[in-house]
Design a binder for this molecule. Sequence first.
Ligand code: NAD
Length: 500
Amino acid sequence: MTTTALETVAHWIGGERVHDASRYGEVTDPADGAVTRRVAFASTADVDRTVAAALAGFETWSAQSLTRRSNVLFRFRELVAAHAVDLARVITAEHGKTVDDARGEVQRGLEVVEFACGAAHLLKGEASESVATGVDSHSLRQPIGVSVGITPFNFPAMVPMWMFPLALACGNAFILKPSEKDPSASLLMAGWLAEAGLPDGAFNVLHGDRETVEALLRHPGVASVSFVGSTPVAKSIYEIATTHGKRVQALGGAKNHAVVMPDADVEIAADAIASAAYGSAGQRCMAISAVVAVGPAGDELAHALEARVDAIQMGPGADEGTQMGPLVTGAARDRVTSAIAAGVGEGAELRRDGRGREVPGHEEGFWVGPTLFDRVTPEMSIYRDEVFGPVLVLLRADTFEAALELVNGNPYGNGAAIFTTDGRTAREFEHRVQAGMVGVNVPIPVPMAYYSFGGWKQSLFGDLHVHGREGVLFYTRGKVVTERWPEQARGADYGFPAHR
Ligand code: NAD
């Protein structure tokens, strides 16, 4: 089948679908390997046109009252909730994750929409009466203009929803550049925002690759850039966009650790860790990819994890009973199998090997079965590098201190979890671990929408995390007003005004 015969995933610019492009990408069905759609890639001229539409949308939208803005978001919330299964199926068809998992991501995204519906509360300023005689002060938080969001393939609905609901609630216009691997969810959301009453141009979708992204980062009409993706790209986005005067938050990759203490219930820990490591085929930024077993916990945990791995049902995400789908592309599968080969080459003990696994009837799918390494050491690439696949590595440490040192020595700092029944150890971990999101007997500690999401170290470039209060700060800028209403002229005063 040639790509020209395929349906095209269009841009959404100024309230209209735009199909034309000089370049296109291919979208595949990960369970069958077949190309199912093509996606238009935006040129520099498309970027110019989109930013112009967004600037016009910003004029209209930022002038609307807080109540009207939250009404639009309420309606959007209802539309997404009513179509959650349709959206989940579209995600499954392009990403490969199970429909249940995709519904979960829609739900987590909706929680941010719900939070954004109440953003008016967080946009309130402060006021002080009589800061000097007859002088009052108050502060405002105002929108920043056109916000760009560049998002990864692994959560095509939730990660955009970390960004645009709050950006819009704060009065900004938004341009979403979704992953070219699973672009269709963004178009559904654009349609529902329009149906909810969002003015044309306030939300736009532009598909593309590096060329499109870099044109957005350099565009003088863009005020801020929110990025979520891999660390090398996050770092480069941060550098280019800040050089061009944008406000930037760039969330990068991860190597999330779980420390299992000897006092932990091994069965509980193994269930939690296996779910967090192999769910969505390990393609979650908060997936557990490294377990540090302390002292005697190691052998028992290794056996308990093997039992879970052996029971995982791998298959197409759309099939009932599937627990783990394929990887998103053939390139992702090849990258993960090479990482496994490197781990073997470096001497790690391969307890379960997911390479070469096939699913009957879906031989062309991008499969890698759940993989478990033991006796991994910190210098091995299978530990150092983010694999972003169903590969879990088990390391051993003699003491809690040694385990903590290992976790804190890792360059990433997204999430970290501890499994223990001892409150004092948990508290110590919580206080000293270098990670932005911490779980105590919780393997994937993704904060609720009213807290902020983000990591430390190589997992975040920029100062502010996404959603929650920090999201409101990111999408607004502050202004302080000092006012006096004098009754009569008081004469010029050439000294620096002191508030008395
Ligand atoms: P990616 O970095 O390849 O792509 C992310 C986005 O950037 C996509 O829209 C892509 O089109 C664009 N892009 C890719 N290369 C680019 C380049 N050279 N210049 C400009 N833009 C470019 O990431 P991915 O493979 O889509 O997603 C997986 C990665 O995202 C993993 O590393 C994962 O840990 C990370 N992630 C992190 C978080 C977090 O919260 N920290 C959340 C989700 C995913």
